[in-house]
Design a protein around this ligand. Structure first.
Ligand SMILES: [Zn+2]
Length: 206
């Protein structure tokens, strides 16, 4: 925890308490907290609810920062795009390119305090022109083969039967592993490197 994070927690708590106090002064019937707290003690001043709000918000913000602390990939998988992105990158696998975000949503942190950041995979994209590919099938001798086709350059990538429809999950798990043990290549500058298969490339680390 940094001083800046404590300061943020204090400022947010003061603002929340101030707003709560302002609202309940104008509309005393909204002060449900005071009614609850009056069970403990009957003669409470109107500031007790505000102090209570201050403490709750302060603790929530501190917990939020604590869970974020360090790059700890106690990764949960999620189908929801992260709102707070810690890093982004690329991964080449199954003949196509996958992009990923690693971060969290405020909700994911509130629901599971140990959740931390998770990997969200997007794509796949064409290895030649990086257009998002579409799923299709092709007749191959007597059987049908599942493929990815690039709508821009028509490149066709045959999908493996063994991992059909599990590709994204496999890529997600591989990236999680690479980030967790810091087995990735950091990309500096804007130029994208030649992507090696089954390797995670990371653009930025916040
Ligand atoms: Zn293409």
């Amino acid at each position: 925890m940094k001083t800046r994070e404590y300061l943020t927690a204090i400022i947010l708590s003061v603002i929340s308490a101030f707003i709560y106090n302002l609202v309940t002064k104008k509309f005393p019937s909204f002060d449900i907290l005071k009614k609850i707290l009056s069970i403990v003690s009957k003669n409470l001043s109107s500031y007790y609810s505000a102090i209570f709000i201050f403490l709750v918000v302060f603790l929530l913000v501190i917990l939020y920062y604590k869970n974020r602390g360090g790059i700890s990939f106690a990764v949960i998988s999620s189908s929801q795009k992260p709102e707070y992105i810690r890093l982004r990158g690329l991964h080449s696998r199954f003949g196509v390119i996958w992009s990923f975000l690693c971060g969290h949503t405020l909700l994911s942190v509130l629901i599971d305090k140990t959740a931390g950041d998770y990997v969200y995979v997007e794509g796949p994209f064409c290895p030649k022109c990086l257009t998002e590919v579409i799923e299709s099938s092709k007749n191959w001798i007597l059987c049908k083969k599942q493929v990815w086709i690039c709508p821009k350059c028509n490149r066709t990538v045959y999908r493996s039967n063994k991992f059909y429809r599990a590709e994204k999950k496999i890529v997600e798990k591989s990236i999680e592993r690479d980030l967790r043990i810091k087995d990735f290549i950091l990309i500096n500058g804007k130029k994208e490197p030649e992507l090696k298969d089954n390797t995670t490339y990371v653009f930025e680390i916040k």
